[in-house]
Each structure stands twice: as structure tokens, then as C-alpha cells.
Design a protein around this ligand. Structure first.
Ligand code: DLL
Length: 441
């Protein structure tokens, strides 16, 4: 069986051919991994001392998981499997506590990643005729640089605007007639909220598409972005440990994100028992990078919760799709014993037309009990400042939240622009119970 395919062919391989390719690449990753003391010990503990000891994909199940702590414990060079002279770049996680998790890439690794980011942009219908304004942060974070090279390689006109400076973003969008933007969903909503105040209107722009990712967001937020700007928005998923963006991306069908399975092996496991679960069931996504030699990472526990969408996509690509990430195992809130994911709250409030584009969830102790306050900005659709009407609206939202999450939080309204906005990933949850501020990354 040939293992050399064009990029078009590789996205449409049947399962048998795809798995043969995955096995071939995985053996290569294992022989790289065995060059590091960490994996030599880990893989050795399950009898894998040479790549040849690994016979079939099913053998994966024997290999222990790799966690973020493993990456931190081996900082800085413990997982480097290439010669340092062959490394051309590093990236690091955006974590706010402890040591960063560092990933190294050789030129070949970067080329492989660029191929996937280019493929992702093509899957959303982008072409070399598009003007691509990249509003993701450039730097150690992978969002900016990651898609930058894919866009250039596709021949797009790239504006490396990076994040922040909203006024300049508008100017660039107008003067260069940007057709595609890349931003976090929260920044897209912030952009819209600022547009009028900064002297711009939708008609000034030629925008057609937005690539949105790097943070959890609901279908309601996507719809908002699409409606407000009159564009199509595509969900993009990735993490620095697996390179960055373009682990999974929506195609033009927008019915789940295709995991580029020639580049990554995905498993979905029960987040408690860590046993594999069947398609359609929600669990933790575990990923193995098949296309990186400098930093091999096998069976990485992402902590991201999703499920595999059964069946084929009508676009014809055979790489399987996952549902949008509904949260992380570590961002589940426990409020007076009830489990709540921030995405459940977003889903409810973003459906309310009177609610603006920014919100946050505050949790604190009141006596011995937990108290949850949802702070939202009001939007331009609010037709009243009559306190009775506002009270009724709050009440309605509280009831809808209770129906969804079974607890009744307080809701507080703020003037547009009052709640803080982050340049990178949105901080939606302020948990004051332990004085910890947890972001939604
Ligand atoms: O956020 C890489 C990226 C950049 C993805 C630009 C997409 C676009 P990290 O900073 O390492 O990498 O954060 C990774 O962010 O484990 C998820 O929890 C979250 N995340 C990323 N994309 C999505 C998404 C980049 N589309 C962590 N939906 C991941 C939900 C996302 N969560």
C-alpha cells in the first residue's frame, strides 16, 4: 500500500488507508520519543523499547497518558528529541501559573504544521484572492504565527495586525478591504461593540469570513458574530502542545470540526475512568501528534470535553469530526454542590437579544453558601430603562438559567463597555471563593 498521497487525497482516505498511514507515522514518532529519557522510561515500562515493538494502533492503549504536569516536570529540554541545532522555533503555552509548557519545532515540523493551517483555510473556502487580517497575538502563543504561515502559503494577502488596538484594526480592515479575519470569538464581539463608537459601520468593510477559536464559545456566540457582521464564522481548535491552531477546523458545512487525522490521532476517553468511550458520547479528548520530530507527545490529555460526531461529512472529507468544545474538565464549577459549565450559562444569555456582547461569571461565598452573579452588559436592543421592565428581564433570564443549570444565579446589568476586555483569551469566570481567577483556556 502506498503511503504517499497528495494533500487532497489524504483528506479523503478510507479508514484502512488512513490507519495504515497513522501507524507508519506513529512508529516514527515512537522512535523519536525513545530518544528522550522521559519516554524511554514511560514506553519501556509497557515493553516498548524500539519502534518495532509497536505492532498495531490498538497497542496505543498500553501507553500511559502524557499530562501537562509531565511537560512542566521535564521543562525546559526534557522532551526535546531533536538536536538543538536543528530546532528553529519554540512556542509555549499561555498558562498563567507555574512553568510554561514548551514545544520545539524543526523546519520540517513547521512545514507540516503550515500544511495543516493552509488546508484548514482552504476547507473554509479561503483562496489566494483573500485579504487575511490576523488579529491573534503573535509571540509565544501559537494563534498568530500559526495561521500566518498557512495563509501566506495559500497566497493570501496577509496583514499581521496581531491583537488589540481596536481602532487600528478598523482602519486596516477598511483601508485594505480585509475579507477574512482571525480572532478570538470574544474579540469579534468586542470589535462589533466598538464599531459605531469608533466611527465605522459594517458597510465600510468587505468582510466575508472569520476564523474564530482559541477559547470556548457556544453556537449562540457564533450566530451572533455571523449576524452582527453579516459573515460566515468557522470554529478553529488547537493547543500549543499539539502545535497550535489547526488540530481541528470546520469546513464550509460548519457541522463540527474535522480533526486532521493524518496529523493527529484522537481518542475520546471517559474523564474519570480514562477508558475509551464510543462515538457520540462526550469525554476528554486525548491527542497524539504524528507530524513533529522535535517534541514528540503521545496520548496527551487535553482536558477538553467533546465527542466524535458519528457519520461522514457531506463535504467528502473522511477525517472525523468533533463537536465544539463544551468546556474543560478543569473549568467545571461546583456551586453549592451543583456542577455547572460556563458554556451552559453562555448558551442561555447569548440567546437573549437585549443582552450585549460581554459578560462574566462571579462566584463568591455568602456565609457558608456559594453565590453566583452573572454580570452582563446590556446591548443596543434594550428598549427601556424603566426599572420595572429591567427587573422583569432579569427575572426572565434568571428563570431561564435555573431551567438550564438548576440553580438561580443573580443577574446584574452593566452599561455597554463597562466590563473588562482581554487582548487574548477572555476571562469569563472570577471565582473568589479561593481567591483564584481561572481563565477559560
Ligand atoms: O489556543 C491555539 C489556538 C490558537 C487555537 C488560535 C485556535 C486558534 P493554547 O493557548 O495552548 O492554544 O490553548 C489551548 O484553548 O486546550 C482549549 O481549552 C482552548 N481552545 C482552543 N481552541 C478552542 C476552540 C491555542 N475552538 C486551549 N473552542 C485548548 C474551545 C478552544 N476551546
Amino acid at each position: 500500500m502506498s503511503l504517499f498521497y497528495s494533500d487532497e487525497e489524504i483528506q479523503r482516505l478510507d479508514r484502512q488507508a488512513l490507519e495504515a498511514l497513522q501507524l507508519f507515522r506513529l512508529k516514527r514518532v515512537i522512535s523519536q520519543a525513545l530518544k528522550t529519557p522521559f519516554y524511554k522510561e514511560r514506553l519501556g515500562s509497557v515493553g516498548i523499547n524500539h519502534a518495532e515493538d509497536f505492532k498495531c494502533l490498538k497497542d496505543m492503549e498500553k501507553i500511559p497518558y502524557t499530562t501537562k504536569d509531565d511537560l512542566r516536570d521535564t521543562y525546559p529540554y526534557g522532551l526535546l528529541a531533536a538536536h538543538k541545532d536543528d530546532v528553529v522555533r519554540m512556542h509555549a503555552s499561555s498558562g498563567t501559573t507555574g512553568k510554561p509548557t514548551v514545544i520545539y519545532q524543526t523546519q520540517r515540523d513547521l512545514d507540516n504544521w503550515t500544511n495543516l493551517t493552509k488546508r484548514s483555510l482552504i476547507a473554509t473556502g479561503c483562496t489566494h484572492k483573500d485579504v487575511f487580517q490576523n488579529m491573534m497575538t503573535y509571540g509565544l502563543f501559537t494563534g498568530g504565527i500559526g495561521l500566518h504561515y498557512g495563509a501566506e502559503s495559500l497566497g493570501m494577502f496577509v496583514i499581521p495586525a496581531s491583537s488589540g488596538n481596536t481602532l487600528r484594526q478598523f482602519m486596516l480592515m477598511k483601508d485594505f478591504q480585509t475579507t477574512v479575519v482571525h480572532a478570538t470569538p470574544s474579540y469579534m464581539l468586542h470589535l462589533y461593540a466598538q464599531m459605531e463608537e469608533m466611527g465605522y459601520k459594517r458597510q465600510d468593510f468587505a468582510l466575508k469570513k472569520a476564523m474564530i477559536g482559541a477559547e470556548p464559545h457556544t453556537e449562540e456566540v457564533r450566530k451572533r458574530i455571523e449576524t452582527l457582521f453579516g459573515i460566515e464564522a468557522y470554529n478553529s481548535y488547537g493547543l500549543s502542545e499539539m502545535n497550535g491552531p489547526s488540530v481541528a477546523f470546520e469546513c464550509e458545512e460548519k457541522s463540527g470540526m474535522h480533526v486532521w487525522e493524518d496529523g493527529y490521532i484522537m481518542e475520546i476517553v471517559d474523564e474519570v475512568s480514562l477508558k475509551p468511550i464510543s462515538d457520540g458520547q462526550q469525554g476528554e479528548l486525548v491527542l497524539t501528534n504524528l507530524i513533529r520530530e522535535a517534541t514528540p507527545i503521545i496520548r496527551y490529555r487535553t482536558k477538553d470535553l467533546t465527542s466524535i460526531i458519528p457519520g461522514a461529512c457531506s463535504c467528502g472529507r473522511t477525517s472525523r469530526r468533533i463537536q465544539r468544545i463544551m468546556g474543560r474538565t478543569d473549568d467545571m464549577l461546583i456551586i453549592n454542590g451543583v456542577n455547572v459549565f460556563p458554556s451552559q450559562i453562555e448558551e442561555v444569555i447569548m440567546k437573549v437579544p437585549e443582552i450585549g456582547n460581554n459578560y462574566r461569571i462571579l462566584i463568591r461565598k455568602k456565609g457558608t453558601l456559594d453565590e453566583m452573579i452573572i454580570e452582563t452588559e446590556v446591548g443596543p436592543n434594550i428598549l427601556t430603562d424603566d426599572t420595572r421592565d429591567l427587573y422583569k428581564l432579569k427575572n426572565r433570564i434568571c428563570e431561564e438559567l435555573r431551567a438550564s443549570i438548576t440553580i438561580r444565579p443573580q443577574v446584574e446589568f452593566h452599561e455597554p463597555g463597562r466590563l473588562p476586555v482581554q487582548q487574548g483569551k477572555a476571562i469569563r469566570v472570577i471565582d473568589e471563593r479561593g481567591g483564584i481567577c481561572c481563565d477559560l483556556e
